[in-house]
Design a protein around this ligand. Structure first.
Ligand SMILES: Nc1nc2c(c(=O)[nH]1)N[C@H]1C(S)=C(S)[C@@H](COP(=O)(O)OP(=O)(O)OC[C@H]3O[C@@H](n4cnc5c(=O)[nH]c(N)nc54)[C@H](O)[C@@H]3O)O[C@H]1N2
Ligand SMILES: Nc1nc2c(c(=O)[nH]1)N[C@H]1C(S)=C(S)[C@@H](COP(=O)(O)OP(=O)(O)OC[C@H]3O[C@@H](n4cnc5c(=O)[nH]c(N)nc54)[C@H](O)[C@@H]3O)O[C@H]1N2
Ligand code: SF4
Ligand SMILES: [Mo]
Length: 737
């Protein structure tokens, strides 16, 4: 029997609404289309809307735990897998301490509600200093800047693109990525909407991107130099008396410090280094000033670069100084329907930074994590306190992290590797055990992370489409089972602890008087597992029913709203949102401003040679959709984009090959000549390099091997404050093959 079900797409941040025709009895997906009744996506989908179905159907996706015995994979039962892994990890921890177990946390965790809410339990109970994640090849500079400015690393200002009349996009390519730290289905229509309203779109990027193609103006910028341009922008604002904090005047500190720091940078003295002529920058600043509701937006090209924290922070500084932070049409703070009310006594902690250091080069931690770029040397370290085991959770650092090849080598020296993943990829192929979770069609979901990055407030629940096999496990269950077994506890007690903990936290909020944890538990007892936690959050949240019958939302009502719930445009949230110890917004935190010295010093060094940047393609998702035939058909996408002048001087021809060298390694890649590149800059996408014969992704290996740009990127260069990898703007050598 065919049924129609509605859910959101779990593959990227846009979280588009989908209509699924399915036969639940035979577990067949008949079709997946855009949901026209979804207020956010209005029927829009991209080519990857089918991805979770293809992954579900992929015969090479693991459905059962596997154990490596004599270099062969053996399918084993969950009980055997969990008890063996739990015992081995428990022993290592007991004998060699908690840091002997390293961990890498990958990106897809952010797309799964239940694994997100159980992540804290998992990471806190493992409590390892050797904790790495995709975050330090991604948004960590923004986390740091937001934590310092607003007191919460996960409170991001999001461009209000539905109301702005002047959108400046730096280091992001929403037409392809579909928006990041800006959940906005159908980015193309949204940006065109700005122009249809009479507004303008500008892009600033070393490549004339797909987004630039629909923009009014494009400025080419040399990779890694955005902080110079933005400081010059700030300086012009002070010089021209255009600084106006508006409503935020009385809560902001540090404005003078920023003004003083910016004095060294002008459009004129930074033009050579950025490649942006002074007149062009001044035109941009003037046009921005003249617009009614302009907004500046920066994304991964500003994070994963040499001055990632400075550049990411300066985006907020520019918005703030012009009254565009927390203002309609500017950069605004979404409000999640699951946002918990503030506790009676706010936790006033300093930003966690440098509480411990990496073992090899003494690099300070941030967010309890070591930089992913240093993973290889940390795993290879041979001191008393060395790593002996590695747990990977939905990630593929061998391809996604600089020095991936060395990560793979270092992994070979470990005693135990456990992968929570459903593919045998370039990383997990070295595991001793792989524990595959259910896939997205087999568990329910709630757009948890992306309600905090959406350009309109919303809530959307996605039902479980197919019943998983009777002995399948969800990711959060695997995590809980593992920590339970490592610590000699019962998983059920840990689940109960989650419920108790959340109920107590909510009950302690002054928002609810006369409500105790018991009442909250009773009120939510119709739900179980993570859904019970979700019900608690929704009911305690800004639109919640406060655990009473009547008005307000609860999980049951959210579930009934099959097309999602629209909570309207973003609303101003400052100063209430501030979670800084003094409830003020210091725009010049020392951890960031201390890095200006490094920026100034780099201004003096010659900027010669080629620089490498990345790029994304609509049919890729980092490294993990290349086993899907539908997504790797057609011409090779792992090509080196080179400007025609550079191609000529290097003797490269279209479709010919170049040798690209960096980080002591070389690779031969196909050349694509394109005047969309800035001269001196070449582009190679990431997530390729499917070259190891021991992976279980034959389509990726055979049809789309490519090369891994991360092997060619100098992994020792980091954004200093945040420890983020510099995958954009790496020095690279190029010659004809
Ligand atoms: N050079 C360069 N490198 C980059 C980037 C760049 O722009 N340039 N971008 C960086 C960014 S932004 C990111 S986010 C990282 C991504 O880095 P990673 O997260 O390490 O890599 P992915 O390729 O996303 O790997 C995801 C893994 O999760 C598994 N998986 C997917 N869904 C599930 C699930 O539901 N359950 C389980 N158990 N497993 C699942 C897949 O099988 C795959 O193995 O790459 C980073 N690397
Ligand atoms: N199709 C597809 N969509 C994706 C993904 C995917 O792999 N494929 N990955 C998802 C993930 S995990 C993430 S984090 C997001 C990322 O989302 P986006 O940030 O939009 O990602 P990119 O397309 O990599 O855009 C980065 C842009 O920065 C530019 N750039 C590089 N260096 C510099 C620089 O120094 N200065 C400036 N100004 N620009 C620079 C690049 O040329 C590129 O156009 O995308 C998500 N969406
Ligand atoms: S844009 Fe993202 S969320 Fe929307 S259909 Fe494509 S992959 Fe799915
Ligand atoms: Mo990412």
């Amino acid at each position: 029997m065919t049924e129609t079900l509605y859910r959101s797409c779990p593959t990227c941040e846009a979280s588009c609404g989908l209509v699924l025709e399915v036969d639940r009895a035979s577990k067949q997906v008949i079709s997946i289309k855009g949901d026209p009744e979804d207020e956010r996506s209005k029927g829009y989908v991209c080519a990857k809307s089918q991805a979770f179905r293809y992954v579900y159907e992929d015969p090479e996706r693991l459905r059962q735990p596997v154990k490596k015995v004599d270099d062969q994979w053996q399918t084993i039962s969950w009980e055997q897998a969990l008890s063996e892994v739990g015992e081995k990890l428990g022993k290592l921890r007991e004998q060699h301490g908690k840091d002997s177990i390293a961990m890498y946390y990958g990106n897809p965790n952010g797309h799964n509600f239940s694994s997100m809410v159980y992540t804290e339990l998992f990471t806190q109970m493992l409590n390892t200093e050797r904790f790495f994640s995709a975050g330090s090849v991604d948004q960590q500079p923004k986390n740091l800047s937001c934590e310092l400015l607003y007191g919460n690393a996960w409170v991001f200002p999001i461009p209000d693109i539905q109301r702005t009349d002047f959108f400046v996009c730096m280091g992001g390519n929403p037409l392809v990525s579909q928006g990041s730290l800006m959940s906005a289905p159908n980015a193309e229509a949204q940006l065109k909407g700005i122009r249809e309203r009479g507004g303008q779109v500008w892009t600033i990027d070393p490549r004339r991107t797909e987004t630039a193609a629909i923009a009014d103006q494009h400025l080419f910028i040399k990779p890694g130099t955005d902080a110079y341009l933005l400081f010059a922008w700030v300086n012009v604002l002070f010089e021209d008396n255009k600084v106006s904090l508006g409503r935020l005047e009385n809560i902001v500190d540090g404005v003078d410090t920023v003004r003083d720091l910016a004095k060294a940078f002008t459009p004129e003295n930074t033009a050579d280094i950025t490649g942006v002529p002074a007149a062009q920058l001044r035109d941009l600043i003037n046009a921005f000033n003249q617009a009614e509701s302009p907004v500046l937006y920066g994304r991964i090209g500003l994070c994963t670069q040499e001055f990632g924290t400075l550049a990411s922070w300066l985006v907020d500084v520019v918005n703030l100084l012009q009254g565009r932070l927390d203002a309609p049409g500017g950069a605004m703070f979404p409000q999640a329907a699951t946002e918990l009310p503030p506790p009676a006594e706010p936790v006033q902690s300093e930003v966690g930074h440098g509480r411990f250091k990496t073992r090899v080069r003494g690099f300070p931690e941030y967010m309890g994590m070591m930089p992913a770029s240093l993973m290889a040397e940390e795993l290879a370290y041979q001191g008393d306190d060395k790593a002996r085991a590695l747990i990977t959770v939905a990630g593929n650092p061998v391809l996604s992290v600089p020095n991936g090849e060395a990560i793979r080598e270092a992994m070979q020296g470990l005693e135990l590797i456990v992968a929570l993943d459903f593919y045998i990829n370039e990383t997990t192929s070295l595991a001793d055990y792989i524990l595959p979770s259910t896939s997205q069609l087999e568990h329910s979901n709630y757009d948890f992370l992306f309600q905090t990055t959406a350009v309109r407030n919303f809530a959307r629940y996605s039902p479980q489409i197919f019943e998983p096999d009777s002995d399948a496990r969800h990711q959060y269950e695997i995590m809980t089972e593992l920590v339970a077994r490592i610590n000699g506890m019962a998983a059920d007690d840990l689940h109960a602890m989650m419920v108790e903990g959340l109920a107590a936290q909510i009950a302690s909020s002054p928002k609810f008087t006369g409500l105790d944890a018991e009442k909250i538990k009773t009120a939510t007892s119709e739900h179980s597992g993570p859904e019970r936690l979700l019900d608690m959050m929704l009911r305690a949240g800004p639109h919640g029913d406060g655990f009473e019958q009547g008005e307000g939302w609860n999980l049951q009502k959210i579930k009934a709203a099959e097309h999602g719930v629209d909570f309207g445009p973003l609303q101003p949230r400052l100063p209430d949102l501030l979670q800084t110890p003094d409830k003020r917004l210091n725009i010049a935190p020392a951890l960031i401003t201390d890095d200006v010295e490094r920026l100034t010093a780099a201004m003096q060094t010659a900027n010669s040679g080629f620089r490498l940047i990345g790029r994304r393609h609509i049919r890729d998702m980092n490294s993990w959709l290349h086993n899907i035939n539908q997504y790797v058909r057609g011409k090779n996408r792992c090509t080196l984009l080179v400007h025609p002048d550079d191609a000529e001087s290097l003797g490269l021809s279209e479709g010919g090959h170049a040798i690209v060298s960096g980080a002591g390694r070389s690779a031969t890649v196909e050349v694509e000549i394109s005047d969309s590149m800035m001269p001196g800059v070449v582009s190679l996408p990431h997530g390729f390099g499917h070259r190891f014969s021991d992976t279980g992704q034959s389509t990726a290996r055979e049809k789309s091997p490519g090369v891994s740009c991360n092997d060619l990127i100098d992994w020792t260069v980091l954004d200093v404050p945040s420890g983020t990898s510099v995958v954009n703007g790496a020095k690279i050598e190029v010659r004809a093959a």
